[in-house]
Design a protein around this ligand. Structure first.
Ligand SMILES: Cc1ncc(COP(=O)(O)O)c(C=O)c1O
Length: 500
């Protein structure tokens, strides 16, 4: 019953009801001082909730009242021991997880396809990464899951790793076998930290992959703004203790204080409180609606000439343990369109906004808040594109001779780690021609995209094999992240005078 409450919203309501003479921050005075160009469109109501710490409204960094209650309700809903509201996205949660799990000089195992916030976490903590490669799902040119066996082997070689950090599910909705991976981590006395940015909704349907906390993760972070009803930047961090692992909750708290504002937005925190209530009360219905809409679109798109839409069939392939079927991974390469071109056509000609695109696919995130009409517009636009076989805007054209994807090439070995990401970040750098980069230490990751797995990470010496591998992508005109100004003609490396 108590999950129907929204303690933080109620607390701010109590403050507003006192009609205070307000001399605190923010300066717009609850709603009066917002630019009229904006309030004419939105009305003033919402701005009254943009308040700060008061005796009614508690303090995120030292919660004892409404925020504490709201976070406790969140913990209970997800089956966590402690949960924290985050106002700087999953980005700051990932940083805090890494900073609290591994200190300078200690080792942490990291999936090579981790979001860049993991790299920022490594810079902040000074920990030494030991990488594990995700598999590649060649048919779709995207990353697969992380192999439990590879995790075990990496722990056997590096038993002093304090934790494993990985992303599951991925942007494309593919999940790793977290249950098996959690057991392996705990066997080695290490923590499992899961970037569950795309998985806050998994807990509300048995048709979705198992959530990280249910699978045995020690910590996870979820972007509640990505798939549930919270405002942009609103995320949560959950902790679940397991016997035999060391998890320093106070260290998590102090790390969060380091990476979050001292003026957290109450609009964002209220949105988390309300999103939690909605999930608690209506979560199952919401997820079943999202799944139904996505399934409808998947079936219709699959009937369209030259279009493919990924589904359950990839489970069991490339270390994928489950798929979030609310994600629509759509490919029209059979009619000669790259994912970039399909995305651009949908946007420019049909006002259909996809979340992202890559060389092969365009990705739609379907949520409970989409409508049948949204799905029909997407399906109809795909039908029109198929009929017109429109080509040639905003991309470089799918090259038929590359039917065998470059992503099928075996990845080169992980290069020598000359500097930790932290040392690399604080070193002097220089820009040099890509042709002269072999043997130098990369200052930033270089990743052919898709599948977006860095071949070289910051602080690693660019080996001859890694250079050749990346060069083959470059010669083919493929997208590569990590060059200067978006091109691989020049790259940033550690300056020659740095002695390593
Ligand atoms: C896998 C993954 N982790 C972390 C993040 C960062 O999340 P946020 O935008 O909530 O800071 C993203 C953002 O897209 C992401 O895709």
């Amino acid at each position: 019953m108590e999950q129907t409450r929204v303690p933080l919203l109620e607390a701010v309501d109590r403050l507003i009801d006192t009609k205070p003479a307000y001399f605190r921050i923010p300066g717009h005075r609850l709603e009066r001082g917002i630019c009229e160009d904006w309030t004419r469109k939105t009305g003033t109501g919402i701005f009254a909730y943009d308040v700060t710490e008061t005796p009614f409204t508690d303090d995120l960094h030292c919660p004892e009242g409404a925020i504490m209650e709201a976070q406790e309700l969140l913990s209970r809903l997800y089956g966590a021991d402690r949960s924290f509201f985050l106002v700087n996205g999953t980005t700051c949660g990932n940083e805090a997880m890494i900073m609290s799990a591994a200190f300078a000089g200690q080792k942490i195992m990291i999936a090579r396809n981790a979001h860049k916030s993991a790299m920022m976490g490594l810079v902040l903590s000074g920990a030494e990464p030991v990488y594990v490669m995700p598999d590649v799902l060649s048919d779709w040119g995207i990353q697969g899951g992380i192999s439990p066996l590879m995790v075990r082997r990496t722990f056997e070689k590096n038993p002093d790793c304090k934790a494993l950090f990985l992303v599951s599910p991925s942007y494309y909705g593919v999940a790793s076998n977290l249950k098996e991976i959690a057991n392996i981590c705990h066997e080695f006395g290490a923590l499992l930290l899961v970037d569950e940015a795309h998985g806050g909704h998994l807990y509300f349907s048995s048709r979705l992959p198992v959530g990280a906390l249910e699978a045995g993760a020690d910590m996870c972070v979820q972007s509640m703004h990505k798939v549930t009803g919270a405002l942009t930047q609103s995320s949560v961090l959950h902790i679940k203790r397991h016997a035999g692992t060391e998890l320093d909750v106070e260290r998590v708290v102090s790390s969060l204080q380091l990476v979050q504002s001292t003026s957290p937005s109450y609009l964002l925190m209220i949105s988390l409180d309300c999103a939690r209530k909605e999930l608690a009360v209506n979560g199952k219905k919401m997820m079943s609606s999202a799944l139904e809409l996505a399934e409808y679109a998947r079936n219709e798109i699959r009937k369209i000439d030259g279009f493919r839409c990924m589904g359950e069939e990839v489970t069991g392939v490339s270390q994928i343990d489950g798929v979030d079927l609310t994600r629509l991974v759509i490919s029209a390469k059979d009619i000669g369109l790259t994912g970039f071109e399909l995305d651009a056509l949908l946007f420019e000609k049909y006002d259909v906004n996809m979340e992202l695109s890559d060389y092969e696919n365009a990705l739609a995130i379907v949520t409970y808040a989409n409508t049948r009409d949204d799905m029909d517009r997407l399906i109809e636009a795909c039908r029109m594109i198929s009929m017109e076989k429109v080509r040639g805007i905003g991309g470089h054209g799918y090259n038929k001779k590359n039917d065998i994807y470059v992503t099928n090439m075996p990845l080169p070995p992980v290069p020598e780690q000359a500097l930790t990401p932290r040392e690399a970040y604080f070193s002097e750098t220089e820009e040099i021609e890509w042709g002269k980069a072999a043997g130098r230490i990369a200052a930033q990751p270089i990743a052919p995209y898709p599948p977006g797995i860095p071949i070289v990470c910051a602080g690693e010496r660019i080996s001859a094999e890694a250079w050749e591998y990346i060069e083959s992508f470059r010669r083919d005109g493929r997208h590569i992240h990590g060059g200067v100004n978006g091109k691989l003609d020049m790259v940033k490396v550690i300056a020659d005078k740095v002695n390593v």
